[in-house]
Design a binder for this molecule. Structure first.
Ligand code: COD
Length: 299
């Protein structure tokens, strides 16, 4: 069982080297991360973006780009399109977001002609090492792509997550569907979806996982909290993933983990024809490097 993000290093060592394309590459932390991953022989990198700015950042921050290939494209939309097409046409294995907004990159990814659609829904997953959740890694989905998923979208988000967690050796992931309370309340639609998802998993309609919900955050991550409330659950306190009701709840929890709980995180978009490294622009170089390693380990 993976306990730390650094455990991914062992998995990635056995994987063949990948080619990564960094879209809109004029970004200090992203350049540092791809160069570090290249030095670790995990990837070769293509940098698509404003060549003058890329070289200026590299010079100022002493980042060695000698092994990277730069494709000069100062226009942001064109840089996204060129990067996505490189993956679409098989010239790169992993796409990574550089100095561009999430929505702008995802619009390219979803392009019907040359995008990276594979599964019926693409979704974002963030894998955390939280010191306070000491016994294993924990994932959150969806905190960055699907804004207000309906029941069907939640099923697709869960199926993408199961496929991903299986690749990390978690065969029957325990998924807690988060609500504000642990009882079904018709005034809180997230609790209704949670109850439906739990029953769908019980009946094999969502196979290869254990789902329980609604669970409030404390019950999901603490067996003692769940016991205190009289909740009998095989997921409470053991969750491998928390399914969040919407992007706001997800994003707030993501940032709380990082800023208040000293968590490390690696993030990807799942369900596309290739892994997409989609970290926040404020994420550290370490987080970006761990995300590249995660992409290479699960590709
Ligand atoms: N998976 C597969 N197809 C999708 C998805 C998805 N997750 N989302 C939309 N589509 C398809 C639709 O079926 C349709 O065919 C086409 O894409 C366009 O659909 P729209 O008009 O709903 O989508 P867009 O292009 O307006 O928006 C898609 C985004 C992913 C850009 C949008 O959902 C978005 O902005 N998400 C939040 C991104 C963000 O700002 N994150 C920041 C938080 S850190």
């Amino acid at each position: 069982m993976l306990k730390k993000l650094s455990d991914l290093h062992e998995i990635v060592k056995k994987a063949p080297k990948k080619k990564l394309v960094l879209a809109v590459a004029q970004d200090e932390h992203s350049l540092e991360a791809v160069v570090a991953a290249s030095d670790m022989k995990i990837i070769d990198c293509l940098l698509v973006g404003d060549k003058v700015k890329i070289e200026q950042i590299a010079k100022e921050k002493n980042i060695k780009l000698s092994k990277a290939t730069i494709i000069d494209e100062p226009n942001l939309t064109q840089a996204v399109a060129k990067s996505v097409k490189l993956v679409h046409f098989g010239e790169a294995d992993i796409l990574m977001k550089g100095n561009i907004g999430t929505a702008a990159l995802l619009k390219g990814v979803l392009n019907k002609e040359w995008g990276l659609r594979k599964n019926s829904l693409l979704s974002h997953i963030a894998l955390f090492e939280v010191p306070a959740y000491h016994h294993k890694l924990i994932a959150l989905s969806d905190v960055a792509m699907n804004i207000a998923p309906d029941l069907n979208a939640k099923v697709n988000i869960i199926n993408n997550a199961i496929e991903f967690l299986n690749k990390l050796g978690i065969n029957e992931p325990k998924i807690a569907v988060i609500g504000a309370v642990e009882l079904v309340n018709v005034m809180m639609p997230a609790t209704m979806d949670a109850a439906l998802l739990s029953k769908m998993a019980d009946r094999g309609q969502i196979p290869n996982c254990l789902i329980d919900g609604p669970l409030a955050f404390d019950n999901a991550i603490s067996a003692a909290s769940a016991r205190h409330k009289g909740i009998r659950s095989n997921v409470a306190g053991e969750a491998d993933m928390l399914l969040l009701p919407d992007i706001e709840a997800g994003n707030v929890l993501y940032k709380s983990f990082v800023f208040f709980a000293n968590a490390k995180v690696a993030s990807l978009v799942l369900g596309a024809s290739a892994p997409i490294v989609l970290t926040s622009r404020s994420d550290s170089e370490v987080s970006k490097l761990d995300s590249i390693i995660l992409a290479a380990a699960t590709q």
